[in-house]
Design a protein around this ligand. Structure first.
Ligand SMILES: [Zn+2]
Ligand SMILES: [Zn+2]
Length: 237
């Protein structure tokens, strides 16, 4: 077991990322800044507290895009409070939420939120369901989503199913950050992590035998070491 010392911070060429935390089954929370633009990735529980102490209200209101890797609660637990905070604080600029196709958690949160607050919402929310690996831009950020392998147990405790899950490669100013989200060892991640300026790789599986949910420490290190720099995250505590 490795104890990660959060937050983890990296910055180059005005491209900044701060991982407030990434603890499996508890919470993730990531802030990206590309020059003057702010983005949040996997806003789990506690994201509002962390954003508030990091950038304050005005800059939180300027966040233009949320990037969701998948719908597990440790990655989306802060979405409702973030959306509500933006309403209460009177955000005026649009918000885009990027998420994997068929991620019912995001659609459910959005639909419930709309039902409660649509009439009094000062800003627009646009859901951007990601259906392919096509590159797109968000403000000054170039975003390359890619599919990853991440499964979850059904109720019987041993049957599994694939969760709609993505990793993202974010590019700005000649720098590339690859974030795999939650994933087992997979070729797509290997491909995108390789040569990145920063790779953020989960090592959520606490045994040495590979599974289809998370990576072992050795798998994660081997992927991380193909990048120029890397952080291991989502290590069980
Ligand atoms: Zn997770
Ligand atoms: Zn997960």
């Amino acid at each position: 077991m490795i104890k990660q010392n959060y937050p983890l911070v990296w910055e180059k060429n005005n491209f900044f990322i701060k991982i407030f935390c990434s603890i499996p089954n508890i919470a993730t929370g990531i802030l990206i800044r590309a020059e003057q633009n702010f983005f949040a990735v996997d806003p789990g529980d506690g994201i509002l507290r962390d954003l508030n102490s990091e950038i304050g209200t005005k800059k939180i209101l300027s966040i233009s895009d949320l990037f969701i890797t998948h719908g597990h609660h440790d990655h989306v637990g802060g979405v409702w409070s973030l959306l509500t905070y933006l309403r209460v604080m009177n955000k005026k600029t649009p918000l885009f939420i990027h998420y994997p196709k068929n991620c019912v958690e995001i659609e459910s949160i959005y639909n419930a939120f709309k039902q409660v607050y649509l009439k009094t919402l000062p800003y627009s929310i646009t859901l951007k369901e990601i259906k392919s690996s096509d590159t797109f831009t968000a403000q000054n950020l170039v975003v390359q989503p890619f599919p990853v392998i991440h499964k979850e147990y059904l109720r019987d405790g041993f049957t599994t199913r694939q969760v709609p899950a993505l990793g993202y490669k974010f590019s700005f100013n000649g720098m590339e950050i690859c974030y795999g989200g939650d994933t087992a060892y997979c070729e797509e991640l290997v491909k995108h992590a390789k040569g990145s300026d920063l790779a953020i790789i989960e090592a959520g599986h606490d045994e040495d035998t590979p599974d289809e949910m998370h990576m072992t420490l050795n798998e994660a290190k081997s992927v991380g070491e193909s990048a120029k720099e890397y952080f291991l995250v989502h290590v069980p505590e």
